[in-house]
Ligand binder design. Structure first.
Ligand code: NAD
Length: 418
């Protein structure tokens, strides 16, 4: 049995997968004085990192440059670095397969890599989001095969990442961490490690509790966004302002949390993690019907957005076919560049299918592909604004000059919250 986690400065720590989640963790650990290697299988991503381009909002180029220049963070494609690491954190993607079941292949191949290279005594942490049982059934057997007995010869815990890219109030250091070790010794090792970079750790009784709690958090968001969106559709019929109603309800100091309607949900978490949960629930014979319905509602919202655009044009005797639609904001939420599962793209696809001629403006997304069509972000010149049949805000970045656009364009529609 190995003693308490000793992490003198310069201890080597490896992060497997340095994207939205792994990169800020790597830089936080580097800032705390550790020698951090970021292992990644994507060669172009590693090249970008070496050029001080984080490509994610969870870290600034200056923060990355500082860690690279200090030599405390080294991006690499060489898995042998894992053998010198006292701690290995896995932060690889957990998307959906085409048949909408959990795709845990990256977690499994990362676990195989760690099993092959890591040394005895290593603390292995899974930060990726997945269904309950992932750590115990997919990681543990592989690691035990080469590293020995868990809780004695090596340590394994689930510590789901809860970061919210673009959130200026809460960051990696101030969001409390859930710690679910396979044994009590594993939890203690993981707690001692995270206590060095976050202000609060909450130890739970098992990895399954931590995995399920993370899914509950994102299922809660998915359900409440769906509720707000259904209310918005009702308010459109009833001639009421849904935002005013949500603001009014939010004056209650307890028992209510504000969620605003939109054109759907995007990113890697809110549209995906709830499907991990409904898949797990059906497999366990206890379907979560409310959540399944919420997922459907959120997925139907881009179609509703398209219908509102069509109705706006129809009111002026125009149709979608041949209409010049200028979309304002295409990333999945304001002030981030992330396009993954962006509902704005889903709206654009629907518009394109109905013959609309699309262009867009998004300073964070210089170009995008819509089917076979390549589009580049347009400058909002007076000519561009005047030429559009309709300008529609699908993602409201904070620097969008809406009063100016309203003044210059013949038709303006905003489908997301102010
Ligand atoms: N993005 C978020 O806001 C967020 C928040 C909380 C949790 N999560 C979860 O964290 C996990 C990672 O998400 P992300 O957004 O950082 O993904 P990402 O795509 O931004 O980054 C993942 C990185 O892992 C690399 N990778 C893929 N397979 C690999 C492998 N086998 N070995 C090594 N590297 C590999 C990819 O090249 C990529 O650079 C997911 O489970 C996600 O659900 C994401």
């Amino acid at each position: 049995m190995i003693g308490p986690l000793q992490l003198p400065s310069k201890t080597r720590i490896s992060i497997v997968g340095v994207g939205y989640v792994g990169l800020p963790l790597a830089v936080a650990l580097a800032d705390a004085g550790y020698s951090v290697t970021g292992y990644d299988t994507n060669a172009s991503r590693l090249e970008e990192l070496k050029r001080c381009n984080p490509s994610v909002e969870t870290i600034t180029p200056e923060e990355l440059r500082r860690a690279l220049e200090a030599g405390t963070f080294v991006p690499t494609s060489d898995p042998s670095v894992l053998s010198e690491s006292r701690v290995v954190v896995i932060a690889v993607p957990t998307p959906l397969s085409p048949d909408r079941t959990p795709d845990t292949s990256a977690v499994e191949s990362a676990a195989e890599l760690v099993a092959e290279h890591a040394a005895a005594g290593t603390l292995v942490v899974l930060e990726s989001t997945s269904y309950p049982g992932t750590t115990r059934s997919l990681l543990l057997p592989k690691l035990e095969g080469t590293l020995g007995r868990v809780g004695h010869d090596f340590y394994l815990a689930t510590v789901p990442e809860r970061i919210d890219p673009g959130n200026r109030r809460y960051n990696l250091a101030t969001i409390p961490r859930l710690i679910g070790g396979v044994t009590a010794a594993c939890s203690e090792m993981a707690r001692a490690f995270y206590a060095r970079i976050v202000t609060e750790c909450h130890v739970v009784s098992s990895p399954e509790v931590a995995e399920m709690a993370k899914l509950l958090e994102n299922a809660f968001r998915n359900v409440n966004i769906a509720l707000a969106s259904e209310l918005a559709i009702l308010c459109e019929r009833a001639g009421l302002n849904v935002y005013e109603i949500v603001r009014a309800a939010a004056t209650k100091p307890f028992g209510f949390m504000s969620f605003v309607p939109g054109i759907g949900v995007g990113g890697e978490c809110i549209p995906v993690d709830p499907v991990y949960l409904t898949w797990y629930a059906r497999r366990a014979g206890a379907p979560m019907l409310l959540l399944e319905r919420a997922i459907e509602t959120n997925e139907s919202m881009p179609l509703h957005a398209m219908e509102r655009i069509e109705a706006t044009l129809r009111a002026d005797g125009l149709g979608l076919d041949g209409a010049r639609i200028l979309v304002l904001g295409v990333s999945y939420k304001p002030d981030v560049a992330d396009m993954r599962n962006s509902p704005a793209l889903a709206v654009m696809r629907e518009l394109q299918r109905r013959g609309a001629l699309l262009s867009y403006h998004d300073p964070l997304v210089p170009s995008l592909k819509l089917g076979d069509t390549a589009l580049t972000s347009q400058e909002l010149t007076p000519d561009v604004l005047r030429d559009a049949s309709l300008c529609v805000v699908l993602t409201a970045h904070s620097d969008l000059d809406q009063p100016r656009i309203r003044q210059l364009t013949p038709r303006f529609l905003k489908l997301v919250s102010p």
